[in-house]
Design a protein around this ligand. Structure first.
Ligand SMILES: NC(=O)c1ccc[n+]([C@@H]2O[C@H](COP(=O)([O-])OP(=O)(O)OC[C@H]3O[C@@H](n4cnc5c(N)ncnc54)[C@H](OP(=O)(O)O)[C@@H]3O)[C@@H](O)[C@H]2O)c1
Length: 253
């Protein structure tokens, strides 16, 4: 399984217990990285890491709610203690608890979505960057945003606002960290078959609208988002920072 492209690299994937994050974690491990998966539920993390180790890769799962600074600090303290470095951060854990018009959105839904999708990304990127700037080899931060951060869809307004903020966080950190050889890039998936998107895929009117607007005429599988992340984490993208790459079957053209 190991082609060694990320041999000895340490990679943290938040929201790595399932969906797109699990596919990303498995791909890094398949290429020799030491992978840390983080999400809230230890049991789900254990299942994801067991799959990686069964395939011959190296992975550990560390429970962490990314919106809580004390838990994020604990996660990074453990990474520093156990690995002494961090080469790749994939900020991927996100939520979308409210589906409806912004004008009727409860404040609690706004707060919850921003807590995970924006503060969570910010806290992890900040901790990761503090490790990476002290490394000769720098590091790579890859933020999973969404095409919703480029063009909003009906009823997804708050989520779209958070994903726009992720794109701007990427650009801000790319500028601030370029001299320290830490690159920050962003991937914007389109509709991808995961637990997160199940309700969208299972609702015929919403699904049909997406498919009608996507030149490729279909949604994605999680594995189809992985290549963009591996590219931004690798030396193949050594002169690329602050970039925003869509993986959406052409739906944002
Ligand atoms: N699927 C799509 O159509 C689509 C499209 C565009 C962008 N995206 C983006 O892709 C990323 C991954 O989404 P997905 O579709 O793979 O979702 P998913 O299958 O629902 O997985 C979400 C992951 O995030 C974790 N998570 C949720 N809340 C968390 C928290 N507070 N702290 C830590 N971990 C948390 C979940 O594990 P626990 O429950 O154990 O915490 C899980 O591992 C997200 O950033 C999403 O916005 C998805």
């Amino acid at each position: 399984m190991n082609n060694g492209a990320f041999e000895n690299k340490v990679a943290l994937v938040t929201g790595g217990s399932r969906g797109i994050g699990a596919a990303i974690g498995a791909a890094f491990a398949a290429q020799g990285a030491k992978v840390i998966l983080a999400s809230r539920k230890q049991e789900a993390l254990d299942a994801a890491t067991a799959e990686i180790t069964a395939a011959g890769g190296e992975a550990v799962g560390i429970a962490c709610h990314v919106g809580r600074s004390e838990e994020v600090e604990r996660l990074f303290a453990r990474i520093k203690e156990e690995y002494g470095r961090l080469d790749i951060l994939v900020n991927n854990a996100a939520t979308n608890p409210y589906f409806g018009p912004v004008i009727h959105a409860p404040e609690s839904m706004f707060d919850k979505t921003f807590e995970i999708n924006v503060k969570g990304y910010f806290l992890a990127a900040q901790q990761a960057a503090q490790i990476m700037v002290g490394q000769d080899t720098g590091g790579a931060i890859i933020n999973i945003a969404s095409i919703e951060g480029l063009t909003p869809s009906p009823m997804m307004g708050i989520y779209s606002m958070t994903k726009s903020a992720v794109i701007m966080l990427t650009k801000v950190m790319a500028k601030e960290l370029a001299q320290a050889n830490v690159r920050c890039n962003c991937v914007c998936p389109g509709l991808t078959e995961t637990k997160f998107a199940k309700v969208l895929i299972d609702t015929p009117e919403i699904y049909q609208q997406y498919v009608d607007n996507a030149p490729m005429g279909r949604h994605a599988q999680p594995a189809e988002i992985v290549g963009a992340v591996l590219y931004f984490a690798s030396e193949a993208s050594s002169y690329t920072t602050g970039a925003v790459l869509t993986c959406d079957g052409g739906s944002s053209i």
